[in-house]
Design a binder for this molecule. Sequence first.
Ligand code: 7TS
Length: 405
Amino acid sequence: MIDTQLIRRQFPILDREVHGKPLVYFDNTATSQTPMRVVEEINRMYTRHHANVHRGVHCMSVEATDLVENARRKVCAFINAPSPEEIVFTRGTTEGLNLVAASYCRLLSPGDEIILTEMEHHSNIVPWQLAAQQYGLVIKVVPILADGSLDMEAFRGLFTDRTRLVSVAHASNVLGTVNPVAEIAAYAHARGCVVVVDGAQAVPHFKVDVQAIGADFYAFSGHKMYGPTGVGVLYGRRDLLEKMPPYQGGGEMIGHVSFQGTTFADLPYKFEAGTPDYTAIPALTTAIEFIESLGIENIEQHEQMLYDLALRRLKEEIPGFRLFGEAPGKCPVVSFLVGNAHHYDTGMLLDHLGIAVRTGHHCAQPLMAALGVEGTVRASFAVYNTPEEVDVFVNALKRVAQMLN
Ligand code: 7TS
């Protein structure tokens, strides 16, 4: 069972006020708040182990290196990856997806096809467009159904003998839809295609097992899972990472450098050019420990309870409430509009009542086009949110809706 009172003590930021009102933080899909133990771990890195990694013989450098490599093993176990060498530290999901698009696509030929979906975040669209322009690739898009789930029949219909890769969100940051990634991977693999999964919105909310999914690549961000900003993870299958050219050149990623030619380091360092964020990476270990201390299943259950409560009350009590995304088994994300009220006005008035929600296109403009809207208001929940906060939110939205309609 989740004891939110106990949990909230680890998040002093949740005690602050905004505009003179107690903060209700419902923008967890954009970034989650950070427990003190993660903040303390970053502090400890600066005050105890601040030395560049992988290069020093001196004690502090060895300690920092051990902490970074320990984090790699922790992440590996967290997503059940086969080996730590297949865990590449990045700046975030965006960099992980750019890495795969820029590097893997160099192995493809003009006319080869990539399948994306209509519900992708821009970071799982634009890197592929850049690669498609550079290498003459063709992008095809899976549409969504009315409930916000993927049209799987259309997905299967997009495959041709030129299809090489599928890249799909595990969970949508707008609709909350959890996509059938294992089914997608099985279908794609049977046709010789590689599968990339954007796990930014999955990892904080439910158990992810990259081997059970059959993902060839899996990208996510630390800052959405109670961890530090500026650190992300890319899992990549060893044989694919080995074939791929480096993404960036620099220190750390080389075997030997001469002006006659350079050889590259073994995995995962081939893909980690330059100094990594070694002060933040160990704090990712602490974030995973925080999740494990609560139990990801308990987190999922608690967030689902908040989602169900919010949705029931919003549907009953807010005239003109319109929900986007009703697929079964979705993540705790409520994207909505109220009557004719503009999403921005709704968000701004909620902010003045202390409630932080997101408004706009949520970096998913093609999805907004498919839904026929310019933007939505989005409330999203984390483990430290409470039913009382849902009450405050629904009551505030009632007032806002009256003012705007
Ligand atoms: N993929 C998905 C599904 C996301 O939701 C996001 C961020 C990203 C990729 C990019 O992650 P980053 O850490 O590299 O920036 N989503 C959001 C959002 O919904 N509101 O702000 C950021």
